[in-house]
Write a protein that binds this ligand. Structure first.
Ligand code: 5GP
Ligand code: ZN
Length: 113
């Protein structure tokens, strides 16, 4: 999608610190990290958000989670991380290209705010 921030990051039109990439997804450091590890994992396909995802996107959704687990393993933060989809503006979703937050490397409180 031409006017989408994350599509532009995936296309290399806006710089970002890339963490991982494969055929389905692109992962990069959040510009405003909320934890020592704060990586955004986004599908290369432009999906607006979780509630807009279709049954055919199920494999992509699973792949984002497994990619988060892989990065968590690589960073040795497996004792303390969380994966989050913010859904809708009331939850804090501000970019309308689906993205999974991987937050970790510090103690995480529960429930989240
Ligand atoms: P949301 O609030 O939609 O769940 O998450 C959007 C995330 O994107 C935020 O954590 C925000 O810091 C991050 N973000 C916004 N603009 C940019 C950018 O230009 N580059 C990077 N790397 N992250 C961004
Ligand atoms: Zn997009």
């Amino acid at each position: 999608m031409s006017d989408c921030l994350f599509c532009k990051i995936i296309a290399g039109q806006i710089p970002a610190k890339k963490v991982y990439e494969d055929d389905l997804c692109y992962a990069f450091e959040d510009i405003n990290p909320q934890a020592p590890t704060h990586v955004l994992i986004v599908p290369k396909k432009h999906v607006v958000g979780l509630k807009e995802a279709l049954p055919e996107d199920a494999a992509i959704l699973g792949h984002l989670q497994l990619t988060a687990a892989r990065i968590g393993r690589e960073r040795k933060i497996e004792n303390s991380y969380r994966t989050v989809f913010n859904v809708g503006p009331g939850s804090g979703q501000s970019v309308f290209h689906l993205h999974l937050h991987l937050l970790g490397g510090r103690k995480l409180s529960w429930p989240p705010g």
